[in-house]
Design a protein around this ligand. Structure first.
Ligand SMILES: *[C@@H]1O[C@H](CO)[C@@H](O)[C@H](O)[C@H]1NC(C)=O
Ligand SMILES: *[C@@H]1O[C@H](CO)[C@@H](O)[C@H](O)[C@H]1NC(C)=O
Ligand SMILES: *[C@@H]1O[C@H](CO)[C@@H](O)[C@H](O)[C@H]1NC(C)=O
Ligand SMILES: *[C@@H]1O[C@H](CO)[C@@H](O)[C@H](O)[C@H]1NC(C)=O
Ligand SMILES: *[C@@H]1O[C@H](CO)[C@@H](O)[C@H](O)[C@H]1NC(C)=O
Length: 895
């Protein structure tokens, strides 16, 4: 009598391997009392979670055959579609499988079941009754996951047969997720999900959870579940070949809570001397099995009768018996460790002095499931789940965010270390239509290294809590509508190089480290009207415009101004910001060394710890009140840009007012052009300096709201670092010095003769175009290295001089002779062109600084691209065709 259980296992002969353990008999007395208590509790389904998938939202019902209350799955999942099975199948099936939920969309869809009893042992059961619900007749196959772990593969093999998967599992958290994963073999679906808490002393394993393989009531005609089984286990009927049923109408005391009705029938061999044998043969020889056999005597034995038997597994005694089942009492035999190997043959045979053959009432076989992959760290899960709902993220974000790795949420990456909970380390919510403020939940993703929120519509400020993300290496906030200021700590980390911070293309940053690059096509003003005063420059513009067209240059490129890590400022950032006058005395060693004199005061060299600084002592007369001074200075201290000198701190004590700046190793541009310095700045270096200064100005004008107008752009305010990269100094001083309506102050203090915008001079109306004008003057100085105003009687302005030279069409005589011909003529022409545009007498005709930056960038590119064949270019690109009449009426700067 060989009984093969579960015929779908392969018949392939596999190596037989046995682990024999100490087997013990279940001691019924231990749980007798408890069983009754639990019985009562379980009768009212306490702790049951019975979900009818696909049932319309808010519906629930008492299943007619079991009395189990099933509820709709709508509150556990928000994806999938409700379907129901054809009517003809309904008659034969319990109601909870009449409807189902199918998942045509998305790879992974998950049920989240919250508020389960953490640490309680549960039977978790998933029912799949295909029944050709979709009319396709294609039997689907898909994966079933429990949280981050693969539970099983669901393979529907018969249209009219359901598949049921059951786990005995202790959830480590107070929630579980059951996920259906589309593996490309059909649309996943699920009919019902059931959770049943059970006594934790049952089904004990050394390791892992148990997956039901077989649970059968022997000698029975039908199967049972709740209410016969207080735990609602499914008992199927199973009859061995060559066996007959024996039964009792009496109640069998349950043990292992096997229902009395299940225990009241048993199988026994027809041939009384034959053993009962059966085997299991897994395809995977590493499978581990737990087997539970339940015995109870159902026949009242006479005095001369006895029933005793032994059990072997693959020929070895499994239980050191013999077993003589007690009358109407359940004994359970099971192994404390799992059985492993290939084919496992069980044999139950009677002992020599037994008058009756063996019996067996019920059997359960489980395989061990390793479900030990941890869920993602729960703080991370909470944070990302909140983010999902706060922003209404429309992505297939279901189930565990990180695990299993193959199905982690799109847009995030995690760290996986052995069995530790995975952590979210990068989050990309770029271009996701996010609105509102940057959510505080992000700060709970404490291991975040990479955060991309670019190209959304986020508003509000850059929150301080982002500074708590200590592992953050990349923070991309580009293309949003953020405003306010950027937390100083973020800027500090960015400057140290430990954080790559991108904040450009936000509308309203001020006092921050970002730049607002409005991507505009540059529109070069071509002026149609001709009026006496403006003839010269207009003519020049027109000619150069022709040149531009011929070269077909792309004028749409705009330089990006991202914050670049800048090591230089590291120590300064940590220095306190407010200094006393004695502090300044100490820092400057009693104002020992003068670095320069500017419109706003005298600059002294200083040292703070080992860092060099420049201390500017302000001319006392014009400074406003302390409150306003402090407010403005604090704002300026938060203006950070690689092309602006950093304001480190300030002093305000009575008439002693000072500003402390980072020191720039190579002094100011003026000194390098005038020849005080022996090094000659190359044309390339000059272009780069022009570009740097332009970017600093661009930032002040377009990166800040309200814009900051420098008002004193000149070569002495362009400082050079050790690499001859330029930073603008003294920006924003007009904020500290009151200007409104104060014509006296504005003309005397703000602005240096020669650099002053003629329109501003006339109208006294200050716009950022005044800076553009001054920048044009600087650019001409860079090109020509001539004084802004000639020290001759005529006091010729540099722009007049250039105009007159241009009229002669001779570019070489414009360029600083110190360059000795080492330049590309095209890039010089372009630079002159830009400068002359900036010098348009009418401010509206001057380009904006972002246009200037874009044009200068091309200029730099031209220079770099063609510097190899410089000499050829020179001869080729001379402009001998320019020959125009020039009027010298243009002299708005005469004083
Ligand atoms: C499907 O199951 C039914 C009922 O058990 C059976 O009659 C039928 O033969 C099965 N069909 C196939 C294709 O196995
Ligand atoms: C006969 O069975 C009893 C229990 O029913 C057992 O204790 C005894 O050892 C058995 N004797 C033999 C010879 O097997
Ligand atoms: C996640 O890692 C993959 C592979 O390394 C990479 O291609 C992807 O850009 C990363 N995503 C994020 C958001 O960092
Ligand atoms: C972030 O997401 C955007 C938009 O989905 C994508 O273009 C970009 O490549 C992603 N970045 C990374 C690093 O994966
Ligand atoms: C920005 O996001 C929108 C959708 O929100 C998308 O259409 C666009 O391509 C994105 N732009 C970039 C530069 O990624």
């Amino acid at each position: 009598m060989a009984v093969k259980i579960c015929s779908h296992y392969s018949n392939k002969q596999e190596q037989v391997y046995m682990v024999m353990g100490q087997f013990k008999r279940f001691i019924p007395a231990l749980f007798g009392g408890l069983a009754l208590i639990l019985l009562v509790q379980a009768q009212d389904q306490s702790g049951f979670i019975s979900i009818d998938c696909g049932l319309a939202a808010n519906l629930s019902y008492s299943e007619p055959t079991t009395g189990i209350i099933y509820i709709s799955d709508a509150t556990y999942i928000d994806t999938g579609v409700s379907k129901s099975i054809p009517l003809e199948f309904k008659d034969d099936l319990q109601q909870h499988v009449w409807t189902l939920r199918s998942f045509p969309q998305g790879i992974r869809n998950c049920y989240s079941i919250n508020n389960i009893a953490q640490g309680t042992k549960y039977i978790i059961r998933a029912n799949f009754f295909y029944m050709n619900y979709d009319g396709q007749g294609n039997l689907p196959e898909f994966d079933l996951h429990l949280g981050p772990n693969l539970w099983d593969t669901i393979k529907i093999e018969n249209i009219s047969l359901g598949v049921i998967k059951e786990l005995i599992h202790v959830p480590s958290l107070n929630h579980i997720q059951v996920c259906l994963v589309n593996t490309g073999l059909g649309t996943p679906f699920i009919s019902a999900l059931e959770l049943r808490p059970i006594n934790s002393s049952l089904y004990v394993t050394n390791f892992g959870s148990l997956s039901l393989f077989l649970r059968s009531d022997l000698g029975s005609e039908k199967g049972y579940r709740y209410k016969d089984d207080v735990y609602d286990r499914y008992w199927s009927s199973l009859n061995f070949n060559d066996c007959k049923a024996v039964s009792t109408p009496l109640t069998v005391n349950p043990d292992y809570w096997v229902p009395s009705i299940v225990m009241s029938t048993a199988a026994t061999p027809i041939n009384e001397s034959a053993p009962m044998e059966f085997y299991v043969q897994p395809t995977d020889t590493n499978s581990q099995f737990y087997v539970y056999m339940h015995f109870a005597e159902v026949v009242k034995l006479r005095a001369n009768e006895s029933r005793s038997f032994n059990i072997t597994v693959n020929g070895e005694l499994w239980y050191d018996g013999p077993i003589s089942p007690r009358y109407l009492s359940t004994d359970t035999v099971y192994g404390p460790t799992a059985l492993t190997g290939g084919k496992i043959v069980f044999s139950i045979f009677k002992t020599g002095n037994s008058t009756l053959p063996p019996i067996i009432n019920a059997i359960e076989i489980y395989t061990v499931k390793d479900l030990s992959q941890s869920e993602t760290d729960q703080q991370d899960v909470g944070a990302i789940t909140n983010l999902k709902s706060t922003y209404g993220v429309e992505r297939n974000w279901h189930g565990d965010p990180c695990a299993p790795q193959a199905y982690s949420w799109e847009g995030l990456n995690c760290s996986y270390e052995d069995y530790n909970p995975p952590r979210i380390i990068s989050l990309n919510l770029s271009s996701s239509g996010l609105t509102g403020e940057i959510s505080v939940d992000i700060s709970n993703l404490v291991t975040l290294q990479y955060l991309d929120l670019s190209n959304n519509s986020l508003t509000g400020s850059v929150p301080e809590f982002l500074t708590q993300l200590k592992y953050l290496r990349v923070l991309n906030l580009k293309q949003n509508q953020l405003n306010g200021s950027i937390p100083a700590k973020l800027i500090e980390r960015s400057e140290k190089g430990s954080l790559l911070l991108s904040v450009d293309e936000n509308s309203n940053f001020c006092g921050s480290g970002s730049c607002n690059n409005k991507k505009k096509n540059i529109v070069v003003p071509i002026v149609a009207s001709v009026g006496g005063l403006f003839i010269l420059s207009l003519t020049v513009v027109a000619i150069l415009w022709g040149l531009r067209s011929r070269k077909q240059q792309d004028t749409t490129k705009v330089a990006k101004v991202d914050l670049e890590p800048n090591v230089q400022n590291r120590s300064l950032e940590s220095i306190q910001r407010q200094f006393t006058y004695p502090d300044l005395l100490r820092i400057t060693n009693n104002f020992e060394r003068i670095l320069g004199k500017g419109g706003f005061g005298t600059v002294f060299h200083g040292c703070i710890e080992n860092t060099q600084v420049a201390v500017k002592m302000l001319s006392a007369s014009s400074v406003q009140g302390y409150q306003q001074f402090q407010a403005e200075v604090k704002l300026l201290m938060r203006v950070h840009h690689k092309n602006l000198t950093t304001l480190v701190g300030y002093c305000y004590e009575g008439t002693n007012m000072g500003l402390v700046y980072e020191n720039m190793a190579n002094g100011d541009l003026e000194a390098h052009l005038s020849g005080e310095n022996t090094n000659i700045l190359s044309w390339e270096a000059r272009l780069q300096i022009a570009m740097d200064a332009a970017q600093g100005l661009e930032y002040l004008h377009h990166g800040c709201k309200p814009p900051i107008i420098h008002r004193d752009v000149k070569t002495t305010n362009i400082l050079l670092n050790e690499k001859f990269r330029a930073k603008l100094a003294d920006f924003g001083l007009s904020k500290i010095f009151p200007t409104d309506g104060g014509t006296h102050v504005s003309t005397v203090v703000a602005g240096t003769p020669g650099y002053l915008d003629p329109e501003y001079y006339i109208t006294n109306w200050l716009t950022e175009k005044s800076d553009v004008y001054s920048f044009g003057v600087v650019l001409l100085e860079i090109i020509t290295n001539r004084p802004v105003i000639e020290r001759s009687k005529e006091r010729t302005h540099i722009s007049q001089w250039v105009s007159s030279m241009l009229a002669k069409g001779d570019i070489k005589n414009i360029v600083d002779p110190k360059l000795d011909g080492n330049y590309n003529v095209n890039s010089v022409w372009k630079a002159v062109e830009i400068a002359m545009l900036c010098l348009s007498p009418t401010s509206s005709k001057r380009p904006t600084m972002d246009q200037v930056v874009a044009e200068l960038k091309e200029c730099v590119e031209t220079e770099l691209a063609q510097r190899k064949d410089r000499h050829e270019d020179e001869s080729k690109d001379s402009f001998d065709m320019i020959n125009i009449n020039v009027t010298t009426a243009l002299n708005p700067l005469a004083r």
